[in-house]
Unconditional design. Structure first.
Length: 149
């Protein structure tokens, strides 16, 4: 896969701008577009920090005990070991995610697939099937060190 290829993920799509292999495993930079309804539940990364830079749309972040309303041009930092979540307030949001160190990018690659020629944002029509949620959760906890709270 070239780092410029788009991948479909959770009703949206992303493109890897910088991979861990390009940064001596220090970070990954991802350009992501997601629909409202594709947000993760409250979770804690045990291994990496995440920084979000909003390119378009509106999002609300809950990081620890802080609530941050973000619009285009805002940056938000979610340190490792801190419970956090985000919600997309607009129909969709486009944002850059900086993952440090970058190995958590592998989760997005594992749970996505090559995007169709026409990039579309498709809001979820309900939760994924239970077996998909179980598999994602087990991988996130066991392989990627993410805990749900």
């Amino acid at each position: 896969m070239t780092t410029q290829a788009y991948r479909s993920y959770q009703g949206g799509f992303f493109k890897v701008l910088l991979s861990p292999e390009q940064t001596a495993e220090c970070m990954a930079l991802v350009d992501m577009t997601l629909p409202r309804g594709a947000e993760p539940p409250v979770h804690v990364h045990s291994r990496e920090d995440e920084t979000f830079y909003l390119l378009s749309g509106e999002m609300t972040f809950k990081i620890g005990d802080k609530t941050i309303k973000a619009v285009s041009g805002d940056a938000v930092f979610a340190p490792r070991q801190t419970p956090h979540l985000f919600s997309i307030e607009s129909e969709s949001a486009r944002f850059l995610t900086l993952i440090t160190p970058g190995q958590f990018l592998n989760y997005f690659l594992e749970f996505s697939f090559p995007a169709a020629e026409e990039l579309k944002v498709v809001p979820p029509q309900g939760p994924p099937p239970a077996e998909v949620i179980r598999h994602m959760t087990s991988q996130l906890i066991g392989k990627y060190g993410v805990l749900f709270v």
